[in-house]
Design a protein around this ligand. Structure first.
Ligand SMILES: *[C@@H]1O[C@H](CO)[C@@H](O)[C@H](O)[C@H]1NC(C)=O
Ligand SMILES: *[C@@H]1O[C@H](CO)[C@@H](O)[C@H](O)[C@H]1NC(C)=O
Ligand SMILES: *[C@@H]1O[C@H](CO)[C@@H](O)[C@H](O)[C@H]1NC(C)=O
Length: 203
């Protein structure tokens, strides 16, 4: 690449090549308060991914902060979460192929305490880690929420608002490559707020 850039004649081609390997930036029509604004159509997202994450969940009575690695695989109907928090290492597999009509998901949780003792626990749960399919935004008829900057991601990202399972308002953050970079939600029933940021994302 560096050699290619050495002469001016090749410089333009070099720039093009660099840009082709990235994604095109957001068009000016998605900038709020611009006269040419037009709500974009919800995109398909790249849904088979592994990513580092940090998550904070809180309500009136608790505050839980965790970090680790998520694998989201709609093709296998599996979300796998490896995480570490205060005194515990845990690995959680959510098997969406086995879920109830109320939306509870088969969860196998293996955790290790401070002494390294492992516990395996399996039950249907209300998952904190939804399985995000490629058509998440389209199926849910997502509403564009504008562009924002996120501390852990490069450049502005688009926000999309959906009602997950018709009940939980979720904001999904998607970069201009249609890669999800995080999500926030508010659970009205449990009066709980959850924010999740992704980084080191591999699609
Ligand atoms: C918090 O705890 C109080 C007292 O136990 C309880 O009344 C309230 O429902 C709890 N709130 C949540 C969101 O769990
Ligand atoms: C970690 O857990 C211990 C024991 O339950 C508790 O005293 C401490 O406040 C916790 N620390 C954090 C940062 O949550
Ligand atoms: C479905 O999940 C439940 C709850 O974790 C579990 O008890 C059951 O064995 C699972 N069934 C299958 C077919 O995996």
């Amino acid at each position: 690449m560096r050699l290619l850039c050495l002469t001016y004649a090749l410089f333009a081609a070099c720039i093009l090549e660099v840009e082709a390997s990235n994604c095109s930036p957001f068009p000016s029509s998605v900038i709020e308060f611009s006269s040419g604004f037009k709500q974009p159509d919800p995109p398909l997202i790249k849904a088979e991914y592994g990513t580092s994450f940090i998550q904070h969940k809180w309500n009136q009575n608790m505050s839980h902060i965790t970090t680790g690695f998520i694998e989201n695989s709609p093709s296998q109907l599996i979300v796998r979460v490896d995480e570490a928090f205060n005194g515990t290492l845990a690995s959680s597999v959510f098997n969406y192929a086995n879920s109830t009509k109320e939306g509870l998901v088969d969860n196998t949780l293996t955790s290790y305490d401070k002494l390294g003792k492992s516990t395996v626990w399996r039950e249907f749960v209300n998952s904190n880690f939804p399985l995000f399919p490629e058509s998440l935004l389209i199926e849910n008829d997502a509403v564009f929420g504008g562009l924002v900057d996120r501390q852990l991601n490069d450049g502005p990202v688009a926000t999309w608002n959906i009602m997950y399972q018709g009940a939980i308002p979720v904001t999904v953050y998607v970069n201009s490559c249609n890669i999800m970079v995080g999500y926030d939600y508010f659970s009205p029933g449990l009066r709980t707020r959850v924010i999740t940021e992704y980084f080191n994302i591999q699609v």
